[in-house]
Every structure is written in C-alpha cells, then in structure tokens.
Design a protein around this ligand. Structure first.
Ligand code: PMT
Length: 411
C-alpha cells in the first residue's frame, strides 16, 4: 500500500456522537497502514463505545482522564502533543467544535489540542439543524481562521431519524484527507489530464468491443496527483470503480471518439497529459442502431475502421506540455514501447507486460519500465499501482525541473 501514514504517531480523539462506532474502523485501518495510534476519549464518547474496544484495536491504553500520566510520570496531554504527528477529532460534535473554537481547555482532549503544534483535523458529525446553526457555523469559521483542518459532513440519513448534512464522511475519505495533510504539494501549479479504463466500441445497442482495462492504473495516478496538489481531470472509460476522490474533475466517456473529444476540450489549459487508458484501435464501420438478429450463418463478418490515435495527435500539438503514454506489450517490451514514444513524440512512456500474471489488467499491482525521451530506461519492480503512480509523477516532476533548469540557463 502506498501511504504516508506508516510509522506516524496519530492521535485519534473521540467525542460523544453516535458516529463514534465508525471511528473503530478508522483506528483499525490506520494500524493496518502502519501508523501508531493513540486514542483519547471524552466522557461522553464512552457512552457510545467502550475504551476497551479502542485499546484492543490500537494496541495502546486509551486516555480519558484529565490527570492521567503518560509513560511514567510525564504529564499526559503535553506528552501526547509532543509525540504526535497528526491529531484527528472524529467524530467532532458541536460541543467540541464550540469549546476549541473559543479557547476552552477543561479536559484531556481540549488541553491536548491547545498544547499541540501539529495539524489537527476536525471530522464533524451531528444533526443537520445543529450543523446549519449560526453558532456552529461561526465556530467552524473560527477554527478555519485559526488554521485547523476541517472536513465537511456528508449528506444522507442521520441517526436521529432525519435526513440532511451531518453524516460522518466515509472512512476512506477521512484516511485520504489524513494522507493529504502529510503530502508535500509539489504539483500544486499543474493541471493534469489523466485517462483511464477501457473504451467500448458499439456493434449495436446491446453489443460492444472492449478490452480488459479496469481503470485502476489511471485512477491511482489521478488520486496521487491530486494528493500532491495538482488540479486533476480524470477522463475515464466505463469502469466499476468509484471516483478516486471527490475533488477530482471526472469526465465519463465510452468510445475512443468521445475520449478524444473530452481530451481536446480540456487540452488547452493542461500542463501534463498521462494516457493510461486502453483505447480501441478500431471501431465498427457500420454500427447498427437496432439489435442485430441472429442469422442461420455460421460466421458473421464485422468490418472495422481505424479510430483516431489520440496520443499521436496530442504529440503533434503538445507544445510545452509533458506528454506521457502507456504501452501495453506482450513481447519486446522496451523496443516496442520506445518505438511508440518516438512515433508519438512523447516525453515518457510507461511500458507494462500485460501477458504477465498478477499485474497489469485488473490487478491492484503492476510492474513497469519507464522510458524517457532521451532513452533512459528504468525498471520499476512489482508494487501497488498507487506506488507506481507516485514514481511516474516523480519522473514527470523531474522532467519539469530539468526543463526549468535549461530555461534558466538561457536567461
Ligand atoms: O486499467 P488497468 O486494469 O489498471 O490496467 C492498466 C493498463 C494495462 C491498461 C495500463 O497500464 C496500460 O498499459 N494502458 C495503455 C494500454 C494501451 O492502449 O496500450 P497501447 O500500446 O495500445 O497504446 C499506447 C498508447 O497510445 C496508450 O497511452 C494509449 O492510451 C494510446 N492510444 C492508443 C490507441 C489510440 N487509438 N489512441 C491512443 O491514444
């Protein structure tokens, strides 16, 4: 797993809301990612979940008393603030938001937050009317102004039997926000188009030609690029994947021609284009508007016509943009990929051996060879697609830096 949370000291502060039971899952996932988790609970939180549950999940004693000592004689709230890399208040009730926004420090949790200099993330959850109330909104603004990190509650059914804004965001979104906080925003000036997934070419309204791409590689690149601060436009063929992040601009397409149109719409402002999608080279010459009837013939001939080669077209008009292609190969990986790089005028190509079991199509893992325009070849051994995505983006960043140095030398 690609994570910034490994070996980090994370303080999870639980306050008294029904969503406290979901925090158990968060603690479990954090420990799975290799973080060291310390749980602090308010008295009200203990009405919802027992400290024993959090102790079992985190492997550390749970702190809930104001005058508890930490590792021997150290004053608890100061010691925890000192070791922490990040604090997360989850769920954050209207009460805790109000107390911290107004400088009240009257229990372990609030004194600990007051004593810390590390990022503190609030994940609110409450009744929708409470969330919308003037007092809560004023306090939220105060927290923002004071530099605290905040997530917006989700919309939907609430535990009090009503509907509205107040739900705890899904655990994967909380984790992504935590990863975000630890990630350097080194791509913050970039506008990156990523394509992902398969294209489908219709034979008739019910049948189509497609390929085995799941979209996982492209979605991983989009997610990590966003985490590193880029503005991301993800142009995706039909996949079963949920959007990688809610702050990524998603464009859904089906055919190669639709993909081409979507790219061209966003091309002008892009600084980087990464084409991980598996695009059909051909489409049906005579797509039927009605379902083709089964005939008595033993064979059926389908006439295909060439699709636009989007990447080759982009290579001709790319200007200053960095253009990254992928190559799905089953033999002569480096030679074939390098030929594509030259032919399509790319800055870099990521070659994967799609004949190898356990990587490539559909898998969460991949193994690639990255080839740069000047011919440098680097083999990246098998790892998760998110890890590979991060390495690809490091290469993109390096190309940018090199260009900048060359430009500076000319000045
Ligand atoms: O989606 P996953 O299940 O995670 O699998 C990932 C992947 C194996 C699909 C991905 O890593 C990958 O290799 N994508 C490129 C697949 C492909 O179309 O390769 P190609 O060698 O046929 O095409 C070369 C490049 O030209 C690609 O960047 C492709 O997007 C582009 N192309 C191809 C044809 C076409 N008509 N237009 C294009 O732009």
């Amino acid at each position: 797993m690609f994570t910034t949370l490994r070996n980090k000291e994370i303080i999870i502060a639980v306050t008294g809301g029904i969503a406290a039971y979901k925090t158990c899952e968060l603690v479990r996932e954090l420990t799975r990612r290799g973080a060291s988790v310390h749980v602090v609970m308010t008295k009200n939180a203990m009405q919802f979940v027992s400290p024993l549950t959090f102790q079992t999940l985190s492997g550390h004693p749970v702190i809930h008393e104001m005058f508890e000592l930490f590792t021997g004689s150290k004053i608890g709230h100061i010691a925890l603030s000192d070791i922490a890399d990040q604090m997360v208040i989850v769920p954050a009730t209207a009460n805790i938001i109000g107390k911290i926004a107004n400088g009240i420090a009257d229990d372990f949790l609030t004194t600990m937050v007051m004593a810390t200099t590390v990022p503190v993330l609030f994940v609110p959850s409450m009744n929708a009317k409470m969330w919308e109330s003037k007092m809560v909104q004023m306090n939220i603004q105060k927290l923002k102004d004071a530099g605290y990190e905040l997530m917006e509650p989700g919309v939907g059914d609430l535990a009090c039997g009503t509907k509205g804004k107040g739900r705890l965001p899904p655990i994967h979104e909380i984790l992504e926000k935590m990863e975000d906080i630890f990630t350097e925003k080194d791509l913050s000036n970039e506008r990156i188009i990523v394509t992902a997934g398969p294209t489908v070419e219709f034979i008739d309204p019910v049948r189509c030609i497609t390929n085995r791409s799941s979209g996982k590689m492209g979605y991983a690149i989009a997610k990590i690029a966003k985490r590193r601060g880029a503005e991301v436009i993800l142009i995706s063929g039909m996949t079963y994947l949920p959007p990688p992040r809610s702050d990524i601009h998603m464009v859904q397409v089906r055919t190669a021609q639709e993909m081409r149109e979507a790219i061209m719409r966003h091309f002008e402002d892009a600084t980087v284009i990464i084409k991980a999608a598996a695009v059909a080279d051909f489409r049906c010459k005579n797509e039927s508007t009605v379902k083709i009837k089964k005939s008595e013939e033993e064979t059926y001939v389908l006439e295909l016509q060439k699709n636009p080669d989007i990447l080759a077209e982009l290579g001709k008009i790319k200007g200053h943009r960095i253009l990254v292609g992928f190559a799905a190969e089953t033999e002569n990986l480096v030679e074939n990929a390098f030929e594509k790089l030259k032919k399509k005028n790319l800055d870099m190509i990521v070659a994967n051996n799609v004949a190898k079991e356990g990587i490539g199509f559909g898998s969460d893992r991949n193994e690639v060879t990255i080839i740069e325009a000047h011919g440098r070849v680097r083999h990246v051994p098998e790892m998760t697609k998110e890890e590979i995505a991060n390495i690809i983006l490091d290469f993109v960043k390096r190309i940018m830096k090199k260009r900048k140095t060359t430009e500076d030398d000319w000045l």
